[in-house]
Design a binder for this molecule. Sequence first.
Ligand code: ADP
Ligand code: ADP
Ligand code: MG
Length: 448
Amino acid sequence: MLKKILVANRGDIAVRVIRACQEMKIATVAVYSQADADSLPVRLADQAVCIGPPPSKDSYLNAPNILSAAVITGCDAVHPGIGFMAESASFAEACSAIGLKFIGPSPSAIEKMGDKIAAKATMRAAGVPVVPGTDGAVKDEAEAFKVAAKIGYPIKIKASAGGGGRGIRTVFSDDELAQNLKMAQNEAEASFGNPDVYIEKHIDLMRHIEVQILADEHGTVLHLGERDCSIQTARHQKMVEECPAPNLDPRVRKKICDAAVKAAKAVGYANAGTVEFILAPDGEFYFMEMNTRLQIEHCVTEVVTRLDLVKWQIKIASGQKLDISQRHVEWNGHGIEVRLTARDPERDFAPCAGHISSLHLPGGPNVRVDTQVYSGSDVPPYYDPMIAKIIVWDSNREMAIAKMQRALNETLVSGIATDLPYLKKIVANPYFKRADLSTSFLQLHMMD
Ligand code: ADP
Ligand code: ADP
Ligand code: MG
């Protein structure tokens, strides 16, 4: 078993990893930027090393500093958390080059899935359905027009290296396509260092359904069921996630989960990962992308399967075999998560950093809060505005919703604005209650 893990991240996910390590009696090293010197992971870890000034590029994305911190503290592994280095094949490779175990999939699996165009090609070859569109990167305007004419507007222009909802544009006509193509390529180059974009049919009123994968380094690949993450902002950022996906035809569920296992096997996947799918209103589903890491919403799968995904990540990275088989995975009841963020709904969800003067987080049976904030802590302006995930479990969806309402009503954050009032409105919304879900939910049902 691994003995000492460097947690190469910040925020709630760093806390999550440290908690798993403490329960497994594994020593931890937190790394932090100057803006996070008083943060919870720094206080909880056995050791902490400052890796640079506040901007991510100088600290949490500074591979030499992170790796040096791991070496000087005698770590044998690195957990990348979510975001930052989690999907960097070169970082994973650098870890193994200096004898550190990267807790995640192999660099080659990260690379194969990290480039969305290559991933779609791999999936097509493996027989997993993909969204109609260009086969590879858009070569020129003529090709783009041809494909658009074939699949019909609206279409999505997507950056091959995009992520976190960035690098996606919707266009409705030839004119808009002409206006947006070059811009999309330039923006992709500037944001992700790769100008490649591809075109996909825009699937109206789609549901975002994703499948949790857990695979060991000995060839066993399991799925832990699906999650519905359809409630997203206009910028494609998830706000509410649940497990299982409500009103999903069991036959479709089985097909999607089987396709996810096939996808993971096609790239020799090991460790935890998520295969994301589009579920169209007509029941057809398509591979969208694979996130080769833990996801923010992994908790809803944990409360329903009672498996600890982070502990499994560590056991798998230690070389252990999965001691459960697919038929032993059980799903019990219903889990719902909301992402509480320091964004002001009154000001178009502008991020608002600042000092949390007081805080009360919800509790009670089957209410879980994963957070890095505490009363008196600061939310720095440099990073993702998420301050807490509130997760509830109950024996069915209706009861889970009632529990979430109760939990949100208990929650108090003073000093900074948050989207708490908006989250309360979502879970009280009648369309949410009857699980009338699509990625247009907020535009359709929350505009008043
Ligand atoms: P990211 O890497 O940013 O997560 P994804 O490819 O997973 O990008 O897409 C993110 C979100 O964008 C999806 O959950 C969905 O809401 C929207 N989206 C992506 N592709 C399509 C599509 N072809 N049709 C409609 N919506 C889409
Ligand atoms: P997920 O389903 O895990 O949210 P997304 O593709 O929707 O995956 O978004 C993940 C992205 O959000 C990350 O790549 C990162 O940029 C950002 N992010 C959000 N919260 C965190 C966090 N706590 N730590 C690091 N990155 C985060
Ligand atoms: Mg995605």
